[in-house]
Design a protein around this ligand. Structure first.
Ligand SMILES: [Zn+2]
Length: 207
């Protein structure tokens, strides 16, 4: 006779469970959850006001439509964002072109584990999108430089301080073969003529 092991959720770390139940822009009800290392983010639009969230569906399989939001392609979000970046071409489109050119030669992404020990050439140019506490896009994107990049986190130099708790970081402009990720900002430090922003990656963003 085997003891009946009670059903336990295997990887719940309590402080990672964060429901997002109201759009912080228009106050309509939405059903999203904070992304985690094991539950990556994808892009969602508030059905009422069009605000974009990098979060995850409250249903773990992510198939059921989430209340109050609709899924949207990451590429569409980034293309829309680049319309608002003056004099800048869309790295999504450049990356597509590069990938097409290099098809067959490109390495396949194999998950964050393989990145842990890697360090990448710096400085590299990345695009940051500031996110609020609820993972809603909360400020204009910016193209800035990394000073230190590893699989676990990154340090960046920016002309302005960052006040948002999270950043979506897109590596397409850098030529580095990394999926976009969400960074939790852990330090903002004033340098003589800029700000250093450092943080750790908390989630990938699915395309
Ligand atoms: Zn809304």
């Amino acid at each position: 006779m085997t003891a009946n092991v009670a059903t336990r959720r295997p990887d719940v770390t309590s402080d990672d469970e964060q429901n997002i139940e109201q759009c912080s822009k228009c106050a309509s009800g939405i059903s999203l959850q904070a992304p985690t290392t094991n539950a990556p983010a994808s892009a969602w639009l508030c059905r009422r006001c069009g605000s974009c969230y990098f979060a995850r569906c409250q249903d773990s399989d992510g198939i059921e439509a989430a209340g109050g939001v609709r899924p949207v392609s990451y590429y569409e979000v980034m293309k829309a964002i680049y319309v608002h970046m003056d004099g800048d071409s869309c790295p999504m489109l450049e990356k597509n072109a590069r990938q097409t050119a290099a098809s067959g030669l490109g390495r396949k992404y194999t998950g964050p584990e393989t990145r842990k020990q890697k360090r990448f050439p710096c400085p590299a140019q990345v695009t940051i999108v500031p996110l609020g506490e609820d993972f809603r896009i909360a400020a204009q994107p910016a193209r800035i430089m990394t000073t230190n990049l590893s699989g676990g986190g990154v340090a960046l130099v920016h002309t302005r301080p960052i006040t948002q708790p999270y950043l979506a970081i897109d590596f397409a402009a850098s030529g580095i073969d990394l999926l976009p990720a969400i960074l939790k900002v852990t330090r903002v430090r004033q340098l003589p003529s800029a700000y250093e922003i450092a943080g750790k990656f908390v989630s990938r963003i699915l395309h």
